[in-house]
Design a protein around this ligand. Structure first.
Ligand code: ZN
Length: 263
């Protein structure tokens, strides 16, 4: 009799565990996932621009004292363009998915790190001629692959797909392709739009707007921040190259995408 009671208690105990605890745990897990949008889900989502969460991250670029660098005109996560106008909400929810640097047409653009040319093409409205570079962890010193995209180029770069580039090498010329006809009317807006993505994978296919290969969008400042000496501070000292190929600080593997002029 006592054995039967024990078995009954054990049976109901197991039943309660299965009906109460396990569903509760899986519910908790799905709530956890909901609290962190963009972590595991983003890998499986259709890689369209509108699905990505972009917010300003509080990083503040500090330009070097000893050189004049072209500054950010519209930072990552900004709701406004360089001229103060509001970005359309259909694109990344109205938040800027990269950084804009206003530049005269034809300004040399530099590889922000060593890498290889992943792809290049003539995009349309809002994109223009573009170039994607692929940077390995060895190229940057970061624990992930970086994909960098230079938009609105004057012309399609001559570099062949797959070719190696070194940090600070001129890889393209800035322009305003893809900027005319819309908000900026016939004149357009000559600038570099730089997009960066990170991924544990080095074999992603990246291309035109929307084809991200599943890599996560990041603020380009994150790269300088995490590769720099003081990642615990929100101020990011910008490492750079001069047009004659010198880099600062010595030993940096990442540089600003436009050359700085020594003062
Ligand atoms: Zn932009």
């Amino acid at each position: 009799m006592q054995l039967t009671m024990k078995l009954l208690v054990l049976f109901f105990g197991v039943l309660m565990l299965v009906t109460l605890v396990l569903p509760g745990r899986s519910q908790g897990a799905s709530q956890d996932r909901r609290r962190q949008p963009g972590m595991p889900q983003e890998q499986t989502m259709e890689p369209t621009r509108g699905d990505e969460m972009i917010r300003p991250d509080g990083l503040q670029p500090v330009l070097p004292d000893k050189a004049r660098c072209p500054e950010i005109a519209s930072p990552f996560g900004s709701e406004t363009r360089y001229d103060g106008s509001r970005r359309p909400s259909w694109e990344f929810g109205g938040y800027h998915g990269g950084i804009d640097i206003s530049l005269a047409e034809g300004t040399p653009l530099l590889a922000l790190a060593a890498g290889t040319v992943a792809t290049k093409d003539e995009g349309g409205q809002l994109e223009g001629n573009y170039l994607w570079l692929r940077h390995s962890p060895d190229d940057t010193g970061l624990p992930y692959w970086v994909y960098s995209k230079y938009q609105h180029l004057l012309s399609l770069p001559e570099l062949s797909i797959g070719v190696r580039v070194v940090a600070g090498q001129v890889v393209a010329r800035s322009g305003k392709t893809g900027t005319t006809g819309g908000h900026f009317r016939a004149y357009g807006y000559p600038h570099l739009h730089l997009t960066t993505r990170k991924s544990p994978n080095g074999d992603l296919i990246v291309g035109a707007r929307g084809s991200t290969g599943g890599a996560n969008l990041i603020d380009p400042l994150v790269i300088y921040h995490e590769a720099g000496a003081k990642p615990q501070e929100s101020a990011v000292t910008i490492p750079y190259a001069t047009i004659d190929g010198r880099i600062w600080p010595q030993g940096t593997r990442v540089v600003w995408p436009v050359a700085c002029q020594p003062k």
